[in-house]
Ligand binder design. Structure first.
Ligand code: HSE
Length: 418
């Protein structure tokens, strides 16, 4: 490819980070020729090239062959990217919401126009997970992907272990540039579910709308839940999870209870971790910084560098994806509530434990995913949901060899795991 001439949209946390890392990457034959930002009045560090405020400065510049999109607004980003692709410019973006909502359309448009659409930075910051799913796991051996993909939530959870309040920890995450402009996307699980749909596309070849998936964030967790978690020597991790059993795909985002044997137990602060499970490789842990200016810029830099050798994702699994999204599953859960009577709304299949205190109650047991999907968890602030990460659901079940999990269908029959 001819020398990369970059038009950069967005000069905030990640954009300014990219500017710095590109200036320090002497071997990469790429230069930023134009920067477009939104806010004329925001104080910024001095750049060698003047910052413009009109998208046309990049979109109409024929010298520019790569658009790097790092703005917050996903609707504006969508229009910019569409136009840029139609002008035959390659795209590098970190915009998970935009990708989750428009991925198939943009993939088709990029193909039609003969350009690459790369987005390593959109999931798990600096961790090269998409490239690994595309290249190393370009076959159908993958069975499960489970990860902490939201740095802000993980940061808040880690700080709460140290006794720092939710409000202060969130404020800190915002100051450090981890949180979204509207942090509800972080703490209500939306950021994680957007990322999960992107991972599913590359891991299992399925296109899934984020609103099809159970999405529960950390916002509802209360002091009483934290006390329970500590007493039982667990930690809470917000997991985005997708796994295949036979040809059913299960996927959800929810806070999970993990014990000290879990690979993600010690993953703290803004770090992300993704545990991939595959038939022959068994478990692999990808670990790294999931948010912040330079770690995210590092993933953007890697995409830019891949354009030097005309890299494009191939989505090899999409064509022969046999799996279908399913909710035919039972899960072991903890549901807490400040209002005892609301626990009776839930149709538990089996109850293991029930605690009723003066101002708090919780119930532990087995419940179907379908039941959990009926609740709008983010609106029901009195309720907390925690999933057990080791789903040994039924005591009568015999553990299946080579598997950490036993999966039970709604009709009480079992999935066979190969
Ligand atoms: N707000 C996101 C996070 C930024 O905390 O992970 C990185 O996508």
């Amino acid at each position: 490819m001819s020398k990369l001439k970059i038009g950069l949209f967005g000069f905030g946390c990640v954009g300014s980070g990219l500017y710095k890392v590109l200036n320090e990457s002497k071997q990469l034959d790429a230069e930023i020729v134009s920067i477009v930002a939104k806010n004329k009045h925001k104080p910024r560090e001095k750049t060698k090239i003047p910052i413009s405020f009109e998208p046309e400065a990049i979109l109409d510049n024929e010298l520019i062959n790569v658009v790097v999109e790092l703005i917050n607004n996903s609707e504006e980003a969508y229009l910019i990217i569409k136009k840029a692709i139609q002008s035959k410019k390659h795209i590098v973006t970190a915009n998970k919401k935009l990708l989750s909502e428009h991925l198939d359309e943009l993939i088709a448009l990029a193909k039609e126009n003969g350009v690459s659409l790369l987005y390593e930075a959109s999931v798990a910051g600096s961790i090269p997970i998409i490239r690994n799913l595309e290249e190393y796991y370009n076959n159908d051996t993958l069975t499960s992907i489970e990860g902490i993909v939201n740095g802000t939530s993980n940061y808040i959870l880690s700080q709460s272990n140290k006794g720092i309040s939710y409000t202060n920890a969130l404020k800190d995450a915002q100051e450090k540039g981890f949180a979204e402009v509207d942090p509800k996307f972080d703490v209500e699980g939306f950021d994680s579910v957007f990322k999960l749909t992107i991972l599913i596309k590359h891991a299992f070849g399925l296109s899934i709308a984020s609103n099809q998936l159970l999405t529960v964030g950390i916002k509802n967790l209360k002091e009483q839940d934290v006390r329970f978690v500590k007493e039982k020597k667990f930690r809470v991790k917000l997991f985005a999870k997708a796994f295949k059993v036979e040809n059913h795909l299960f996927a959800f985002v929810a806070p999970h209870l993990v014990d000290a044997t879990h690979a993600a137990f010690d993953v703290g602060n803004e770090f992300n971790a993704i545990i991939v499970q595959a038939a022959y490789a068994d478990k692999q842990l990808f670990y790294g910084k999931g948010a912040g200016s330079l770690p995210t810029a590092s993933a953007v830099l890697s995409d830019i560098s891949a354009l030097n050798y005309n890299y494009a994702y191939e989505y090899r699994k999409t064509a022969n994806a046999e799996v279908k999204l399913s909710d035919d599953l039972k899960l072991k859960v903890y549901i807490g509530s400040t209002n005892f009577s609301s626990l009776s709304e839930f149709q538990f299949e089996e109850i293991e434990d029930l605690y009723i205190g003066i101002d708090y109650a919780y119930q532990i047991g087995t419940i179907s995913l379908t039941e959990l999907l009926k609740v709008n968890w983010n609106e029901r602030i009195e309720l907390s949901l925690l999933l057990f990460s080791e789903q040994k659901i039924n005591k009568q079940m015999k553990p299946i060899q080579n598997s950490n999990f036993n999966f039970l269908k709604k009709d009480n029959s079992y999935y066979s795991i190969h």
